[in-house]
Design a protein around this ligand. Structure first.
Ligand code: FAD
Length: 300
């Protein structure tokens, strides 16, 4: 019930604009690294000092104005330069709808190409985040075209989709992030129960760990993490074949512990003024995250 409310709120255009105008509020500062590049680099340095790398997301999605998509592209190019100049251990995550997929496919491709080419100069990885089902195939198509020229690109496999097993087989030669899936999807295309999604998540992780290039296991679920730790030990999968990922601000102690145990760990670091939809999806996933909001409101 609460999940549906937060999901609906995440798509509210009016609230999205208001959030941009008034800055980080509602407790979002605990899960968003900052609104500018300077603060973000500072947050990355702090993570790097704890042995944690970062994947940086310039917040924004479902953009419908060309000017806004170009602004997002320029901002991502600025972050790529800043990561390189500051010598921090980080790469980029981006959403195709932020750089124009809902406006025009070719326009989006041109923007993505410019970003991938810029990152490639520094041997920096670009992860194409996966959004809702309607954008899934076009996002894979964008990646397929880029892969003809560049190899610093990877993407995300969402375990709740029926087709995820075929996708992971097709893209096993790539660095892949595997997640449960964050959007509300219909029964025609996606598993609906936690049991089914978790079972498919484990199946896909194990498959890519055994057959794939590099696996980013992105979850806050300690049951899954413990399962993976056991699986890699039993199958003698070396630590340089995989990493754990979590979102900035979540289970911070566990992030540090996993890094201390010698596992590669990468934190997803979102920044920017377009934080509203991202934040609402986190509340939808786990209404207990409301605790974070309450703490922020009262600990001024
Ligand atoms: P859940 O199923 O939310 O939680 C399982 C259990 O873990 C809970 O019952 C609880 O016991 C424990 N738990 C979870 N969170 C906490 C917490 N904060 N504190 C204490 N216990 C907790 N989705 C996409 O669709 N596309 C993407 O590109 C994408 N990229 C992502 C990148 C990263 C780095 C991460 C971490 C997630 C990403 N997601 C993405 C979101 C993902 O699909 C899930 O919606 C999200 O991670 C919630 O599922 P979960 O696996 O973390 O665990």
């Amino acid at each position: 019930m609460l999940k549906d409310v937060f999901m609906a709120l995440s798509k509210n255009q009016l609230l999205t604009s208001a959030a941009k105008k008034y800055g980080l509020k509602l407790g979002a500062q605990t899960v968003v690294a900052g609104t500018n590049v300077e603060d973000t680099i500072k947050s990355i340095r702090e993570l790097n000092a704890k042995g944690i790398s970062a994947t940086v997301d310039n917040l924004g999605e479902f953009v419908i104005e060309r000017s806004e998509a170009l602004k997002a592209k320029n901002s991502i190019l600025e972050v790529i330069e800043a990561i390189h100049t500051n010598g921090v251990d980080a790469h980029i995550s981006l959403k195709p709808t932020q750089i124009g997929l809902d406006i025009d496919y070719d326009f989006c491709y041109e923007n993505l190409l410019e970003i991938v080419a810029a990152a490639s100069k520094y041997d920096m990885h670009i992860n194409i985040d996966m959004e809702d089902y309607g954008h899934l195939q076009p996002s894979f198509d964008l990646m397929d075209t880029l892969l003809k020229e560049y190899n610093n690109v990877g993407t995300v496999i969402q375990a709740y989709f029926d087709r995820a097993e075929d996708d992971i087989e097709k893209y096993k030669h790539l660095r892949l992030r595997i997640v449960k899936g964050a959007y509300k999807e219909p029964i025609e295309v996606a598993f609906q129960t936690k049991e089914e999604i978790d079972a498919n998540f484990i199946k896909l992780i194990e498959y890519h760990l055994l057959n794939g290039k590099f696996t980013s296991i992105a979850t806050h679920d300690h049951h899954i993490i413990n399962h993976v730790k056991k699986f890699v030990a039993e199958n003698e999968i070396p630590n340089d074949k995989f990493e754990f990922q979590m979102l900035y601000g979540f289970r911070k102690d566990m992030q540090i512990d996993l890094a201390k145990q010698g596992y590669n760990f990468c934190t997803y670091v979102p920044f920017g003024d377009d934080w509203y939809a991202y934040f609402m999806r986190r509340l939808a996933e786990r209404p207990q995250n409301l605790n974070l909001v309450v703490k922020q409101v009262f600990n001024k």
